[in-house]
Ligand binder design. Sequence first.
Ligand code: SAH
Ligand code: SF4
Length: 351
Amino acid sequence: MPPRLIKNLPESELTAWLQAGGHAVFRLKQIRQWLYGRWVLRFAEMTNLPAALRQALVADFLAFSLDPVETQEADDGTVKWLFRLADGESIETVLIHAPERQTVCISTQVGCPVRCTFCASGRDGLIRNLEPAEIVDQVIAACRHRQQRVDNIVVMGMGEPLLNLDNLVAALDLICGAEHLGIGARHITISTSGIVPGIRYLAELRRQWHLAISLHALTDEQRGRLIPPHHRYPLAEILDACRYYRDCTGRIVTLEYALMAGDNDSDADATELATLARHLDAKVNLIPYNAVVQHYRAPDERRVRAFEERLRSLGAKVTLRQRKGDRIQAACGQLRRRRLDPAQPADPASD
Ligand code: SAH
Ligand code: SF4
């Protein structure tokens, strides 16, 4: 059997594996500390384990799943990786640096089945789901890079997290578990294009994860131009699911709104968005569109400010995503695309 990714294994199975090999069960705790507390990449680094156990681990498991094939570090300390997976597929991860916190933007799928018309990640549809270990290892790579535990996780990289729910939840439990990475549940944000059954499922888990909905439009007709029908839910159902999430978890929801000139940036859109956000008691996060698809572009800065001001004057809570972090974050999918199609410019948003 080829080696398995050790972080994919439920700990009950790992305990059984230790017992079957005649190893002491307390070794599980040591292995866990090396993997999640010291972020090691190889079993050889686990120096307090007996050599025989290390050899047995090497024979049966892989300690880490990602191979960095490209690393870009911006002047402000933000790092973007293109990682190769064991089967040759690739994903992107971004570590966003701010003086007060380190945030990692993680991917959950290779490609994305939702295929929004404005997004680079969805262009080829879904290639495959990421496994729990492949999701967790993106966070471990970032902790290792900084030599400190990161503070926040945003599930806003490639893929629709709520269409890979079991692996997402398994990974987030390792990321949040006090005996694992130990990042507080309130420091996790999951962004979804609005997969209603997934939102309801998460609500019933009653974790303290923060939910962000990629709204981008105020009517089903307008949204239909951005999101193809096969994974798109009616707005009314999405908003109901948001209320349910808030009722079950006590967490307010964020509405993400990527501003695209001429598509969703009118005064009427702002008014409608403010009303909707107030009714839902939600926060609005405006993101000027990052030009990865030619058909769309961000409104000019004055228009963005006017849209923001209108929302605020109508009583909505609103933030405008910082240009720099936004550029790198929303650019998820671009590094990978450039590898697949070298004719693609490095950063089409450069101006
Ligand atoms: N699939 C999930 C999470 C990943 S995308 C979702 O759609 O929510 C993270 C956010 O970036 C989403 O709000 C998405 O709509 C937005 N986004 C994708 N491409 C973008 C672009 N080129 N410019 C601005 N925002 C973009
Ligand atoms: Fe998928 Fe999100 Fe991109 Fe839509 S915006 S294609 S859901 S990654």
